[in-house]
Design a protein around this ligand. Structure first.
Ligand code: ATP
Ligand code: MG
Length: 370
C-alpha cells in the first residue's frame, strides 16, 4: 500500500502543499520550523483522524484558515486498486472522512484503510513509558489482523466505564456491581486471548528484526494480562471487591495489561542506552509491519520524524534496508540533505525540500523513479 499523490491544505504552516510521492522512499528535508513534521502530521491525520502532536485539532489548523483538508491517492499492493482518501476538519469543529467520495462513519474505518506506523522523538516511551503505550502497540497489531477486535474493544471499554461509574457512586448497589462484573469478565478474557495469540505470532518477526540491527542482544517478552492469572478472573474480582469499592475503580482486567520486554534477561528500559532503546522501538514496529504483511499481503506506511537525530549512520542504513525489504513506503524527515545522500545513493527515491511551508522536489538528487 502506498500513497502516490498527497495534497495538504492549511495544516499548520502548510497552506497548500502537493507531494507526488515515491512508492517507497520519500525524504523531506529543510530548516527548523519549515514544516517537515507538519507533513508527517498531515499523513497521520489522514490515517488516524487525529494528530500525534496535539489532541485539539484547532491548534493544527493554520492560524489564518478556518479548516484543514488532507487528501491522497492510495494504491493497494494486493489488488492494485486505487482509492481516494480525504479528511477535513471544518470551522465548526466537525471531522469528516471520505473514501472514494463516500463519508465514513468513524475514524476507525480510516485506520483500517491506511495502516501506518510513526516513529518520532517520543517513541522511546514505548519502552520507558507506562503500560498504556505497550497496550496500544499490541492493540494496533490485533486491530489490523483481527476484524472482530474493534467491536470487542468497544464493548469492553463501555462495560469498564459503566463498572467504574458505579464504583464512583456513594452507595454501592452490589447486585448491579455483580452484573457489570459478569459482563466485563469474558470481555477481558477474550481481549487477553487475542493479545496473547498476536504476541506469540510476533515473536518470530521480532527476532528477525532485532537480528537485522547490530548490538541489540537477545530480546524476550512476557505478557501480563492485567490480573493474577493463576486464579480465574471472576474469583479475582470477587476477592478484591472491597479494594475496588475503596479505590472507586476496577483494579484488574485487560486495561491493566502490560508487556514486559527484556534484553539478555534484563528489563530493556534499564539495560539499554537511549539510542539502543530507539533502535529496539524501530525493530518492534518493523516486526509488526512484517507480520501485517504476512497476514494481509499489504505493506504499512512509515513516518520517521528526524531519523538522523535519532540513530547513528550505520543504524539508519539498517532501518532503511529493512523498510525496503518489507516493501514499505516511508516518509523520513531531517534537517540536512547530506544526511541522506550517502544512505540513498544508489536507491530510487524522491527528495523534497521544505522551505517556509512550501515543498519543492529536489531535482539535484538525480535518482528519481516514477
Ligand atoms: N496553527 C498553525 N498555523 C500556522 N503555523 C503554525 C501553526 N502551528 C505551528 N505552526 C508553525 O509551523 C511551522 C512548522 O512546524 P514543524 O514542526 O512542521 O517544523 P519542522 O520543519 O518539523 O521543524 P523542526 O526541524 O524544528 O522539527 C513552525 O514554524 C510552527 O511555528
Ligand atoms: Mg520537526
Amino acid at each position: 500500500m502506498f500513497l502516490s499523490k498527497l495534497d495538504i491544505f492549511q495544516v499548520r504552516n502548510l497552506e497548500a502543499v502537493q507531494l507526488l510521492c515515491h512508492p517507497q522512499a520519500n525524504i523531506i528535508y529543510g530548516a527548523n520550523g519549515s514544516g517537515k513534521t507538519s507533513c508527517l502530521e498531515s499523513i497521520y491525520l489522514l490515517g488516524r483522524g487525529r494528530s500525534f502532536r496535539h489532541r485539539d485539532l484547532r491548534v493544527v489548523v493554520n492560524n489564518q484558515a478556518d479548516e484543514l483538508v488532507v487528501s491522497a491517492r492510495l494504491t493497494r499492493d494486493s489488488s492494485g486498486s486505487s482509492h481516494q482518501l480525504g479528511i477535513k476538519r471544518t470551522s465548526k469543529g466537525q471531522f469528516e472522512a471520505r473514501v472514494d467520495g463516500k463519508s465514513l462513519q468513524s475514524a476507525v474505518q480510516l485506520v483500517s484503510e491506511l495502516p501506518l506506523q510513526l516513529i518520532d522523538a517520543h517513541s522511546f516511551m514505548l519502552l520507558e513509558g507506562g503500560p498504556l503505550q505497550r497496550r496500544q502497540f499490541l492493540d494496533w497489531g490485533v486491530f489490523h489482523v483481527e476484524h472482530g477486535y474493534t467491536e470487542l474493544w468497544r464493548r469492553f471499554q463501555k462495560t469498564l466505564k459503566q463498572r467504574n461509574q458505579l464504583l464512583r457512586h456513594g452507595r454501592m448497589d452490589e447486585a448491579l456491581l455483580r452484573t457489570w462484573t459478569a459482563e466485563l469478565t469474558p470481555l477481558c478474557e477474550q481481549i487477553t486471548q487475542f493479545r496473547q495469540a498476536y504476541l506469540a505470532e510476533l515473536r518470530e518477526p521480532i527476532n528477525r528484526a532485532v537480528g537485522a540491527f547490530d548490538g541489540l542482544g537477545e530480546v524476550s517478552f512476557d505478557y501480563y494480562c492485567g490480573w493474577d492469572d493463576s486464579r480465574p478472573l471472576d474469583e479475582v474480582y470477587e476477592q478484591d471487591k472491597t479494594r475496588d469499592i475503596a479505590t472507586k475503580t476496577t483494579n484488574h482486567g485487560a486495561h491493566r495489561a502490560d508487556i514486559r520486554i527484556k534484553v539478555d534477561g534484563q528489563p530493556a528500559a534499564d539495560h539499554l542506552s537511549r539510542g539502543q532503546i530507539k533502535l529496539l522501538v524501530y525493530a518492534l514496529k518493523l516486526a509488526q509491519a512484517s507480520h501485517y504483511r504476512e497476514k494481509s499481503g499489504e505493506s504499512c506506511l512509515f513516518l520517521l520524524d528526524d531519523l538522523p537525530a535519532e540513530l547513528d549512520y550505520q543504524h539508519r542504513g539498517q532501518v532503511i534496508a529493512y523498510l525496503n525489504e518489507l516493501g514499505c513506503q516511508y516518509f523520513i524527515t531531517g534537517v540536512d540533505k547530506q544526511d541522506f545522500e550517502c544512505l540513498l545513493e544508489k536507491m530510487p527515491h524522491k527528495m523534497f525540500h521544505m522551505e517556509h511551508g512550501v515543498a519543492s522536489i529536489d531535482e539535484t538528487t538525480g535518482i528519481e523513479s516514477l
